[in-house]
Design a protein around this ligand. Structure first.
Ligand code: ADP
Ligand code: MG
Length: 532
């Protein structure tokens, strides 16, 4: 007897049912089982469940079923905190819509040329998924009209509030008819979310899925204390020492994934990257290679790694301590599956210790510290594993011809031990790391910032209607750094200043150079030191 809900219990259309099957979903996740019937019944719903529990489809499925494709107007909007998420949610919707090609979904987010979005909007779309900032832009330009919207989703509502999007959300909701259905999804339910629910929802139903098992008992966890600039070498040592078959390395931002992947590949490892901006076909290729064992190391962001389902991952390395405590649990859950053992190593920079303690507290675990493996640890380990292979080769036999050549060649002036050691050394040198050129770090020496911070100049200001929340929203949204980490902001008529913690400065600089704030190029530059 099976009392669990099935997708067939939801009276779904043939098309959606088939899409769900194509996607390989066998049964609704717990949050889907709870939320879908309520949403179908037209209720306002507030739903809380940890990341990776299928919240997107929980609102996606009932929304899609409600769209009338014969009307060419926006009937649902999904607000989410970052472009990565907007893209990811739009992808999940597109997958659900493969058999309903008449329903059009459009992701809108900053950093993408606005013309493309304008063209798509003019042609008529049914579902818009985007960050509050960019949706506001479209509302101001009157390129997006919300008067026919029947459903609004606030996804990752906690993170949106964290990033200062509250006012934008409010302004957007004002333009949606009162009769709408409002759905709120969040991993956590702090008071501000409850306030939002009170303010914008009509007799909401609360559904919540408790955390399942928080840690994976089969996973052996440890951490290594390491400075940022030592991370790459430490990573190579850890990998060389443990020699994992399949490893996932997590970084906190897409940018860091790209950077690290380049360096790891340059050192000769069979590694590939996976992040939210990649096309589905690229991801499929990477995941295929990983499953087949053609790639040993996957370097990924949290968002991209969601939904990765690969057995036999024997090692997870947190190259960065995750921003969100739940991500930690989620990351290490990638290994030690199905009763197999796995290892999880977390790199902890001095600034990350509070986060580490928070993780230990939350997951009720004590994570032991281990040293950075030394070169001789690595050499010893590899020698041992090579000796094992040598023994096996001797057992297999067929060495006579080689023995004769070596005997003739050495004429007894070398001991067999010497020869063996030299062969091992040769083998090691071949596989060992070639030196890699140092990353050209930008100097942010004297920018007039508070200690530990870097002050940046931005070529946008009051004249461009820029407010502090726009700066926080843009930087946090584009780079993935926590909104709270952003320091003092000063806005003048035609320019502004913002302070960023040193450790994020180079990421923020390189990423924001290519982005916009309120549709203006940021013109970001390190600020000049203030003369006193
Ligand atoms: P959340 O928003 O809760 O963090 P997502 O909606 O991003 O989680 O879903 C995480 C992954 O799980 C996605 O790859 C999604 O396709 C997959 N997924 C969602 N629902 C199911 C299901 N019922 N069965 C299997 N996989 C699912
Ligand atoms: Mg989600």
């Amino acid at each position: 007897m099976n009392s669990r809900k099935q997708f067939s219990d939801f009276n779904l259309s043939k098309e959606v049912g088939k899409a769900i099957e194509d996607m390989g979903f066998e049964e609704p996740s717990p949050i889907q089982a709870l939320a879908i019937p309520l949403i179908q019944a037209g209720r306002d719903v507030t739903a809380q469940a940890q990341t990776g529990t299928g919240k997107t489809a929980a609102f996606g499925i009932p929304i899609i079923e409600k769209i009338d494709p014969s009307r060419r107007n926006v009937q649902a909007i999904v607000l989410c905190p970052t472009r990565e998420l907007a893209i990811q949610i739009a992808e999940e919707f597109s997958n659900l819509l493969v058999h309903m090609p008449r329903i059009i979904v459009l992701p809108v987010y900053g950093g993408q040329p606005i013309d493309r979005q304008l063209r798509a909007l003019r042609q008529g779309v049914h579902i818009v998924i985007g960050t509050p900032g960019r949706i506001m832009d479209h509302l101001e330009r009157r390129t997006l009209v919300l008067s026919d919207v029947a459903t609004v989703v606030l996804d990752e509502a906690d993170q949106m509030l964290d990033m200062g999007f509250r006012d934008d959300i409010e302004l957007i909701l004002k333009q949606v008819p009162q009769t709408r259905q409002t759905l709120l999804f969040s991993a956590t339910m702090p008071q501000p979310i409850i306030d939002i629910s009170k303010r914008f929802q009509n007799k909401p139903e609360f559904v919540r899925v408790q955390y399942a098992e928080l840690t994976v008992p089969q996973t052996e966890q440890s951490y290594i204390e390491v400075k940022d600039r030592e991370k790459l070498d430490a990573l190579c040592r850890v990998i060389d020492l443990s020699d994992p078959q399949l490893a996932i390395i997590f970084c906190n931002t897409k940018r860091r994934v790209e950077e690290l992947a380049g360096k790891v590949k340059a050192r000769g490892y069979r590694a590939e990257e996976l992040h939210g901006d990649m096309k589905q076909s690229q991801r499929d290729r990477v995941m295929g290679g990983f499953r087949k064992g053609q790639i040993d190391i996957l370097i990924a962001t949290d968002v991209a790694a969601r939904g990765i389902d690969v057995e036999d991952v024997d090692m997870v390395i947190n190259f960065d301590v995750p921003q969100d405590v739940e991500y930690y649990v989620h990351r290490i859950g990638r290994t030690g599956r199905a009763g197999k053992s796995g290892k999880a190593v977390t790199f902890v920079a001095p600034r990350d210790f509070t986060k580490l303690r928070e993780i230990e507290h939350y997951a009720k675990i004590k994570i032991p510290k281990i040293p950075i493996p030394s070169q001789s640890d690595v050499a010893k380990n590899r020698t041992l594993s090579m000796m094992e292979k040598v023994r096996e080769t001797i057992r297999e036999g067929g060495l006579e011809i080689y023995i004769r050549i070596v005997e003739d060649e050495t004429e007894g002036d070398l001991t067999s031990i010497e020869i063996a050691a030299a062969l091992i050394k040769l083998q090691m040198d071949q596989g060992s790391t070639e030196s890699v050129e140092k990353r050209d770090e930008i100097a942010f020496d004297d920018t007039g910032a508070e200690a530990g911070m870097v002050r940046f100049f931005l070529g946008v200001g009051r004249d461009h209607k820029v407010q502090p929340k726009d700066i926080v929203g843009a930087i946090a949204g584009e780079t993935g750094i926590p909104g709270k980490a952003i320091g003092a902001i000063r806005i003048l008529d035609s320019y502004s200043f913002v302070e960023i913690p040193k450790e994020y400065a180079s990421d923020v600089y390189t990423i924001m150079k290519e982005r916009t704030i309120r549709n203006q190029p940021t013109k970001i530059e390190p600020a000049q030191g203030r003369r006193t």
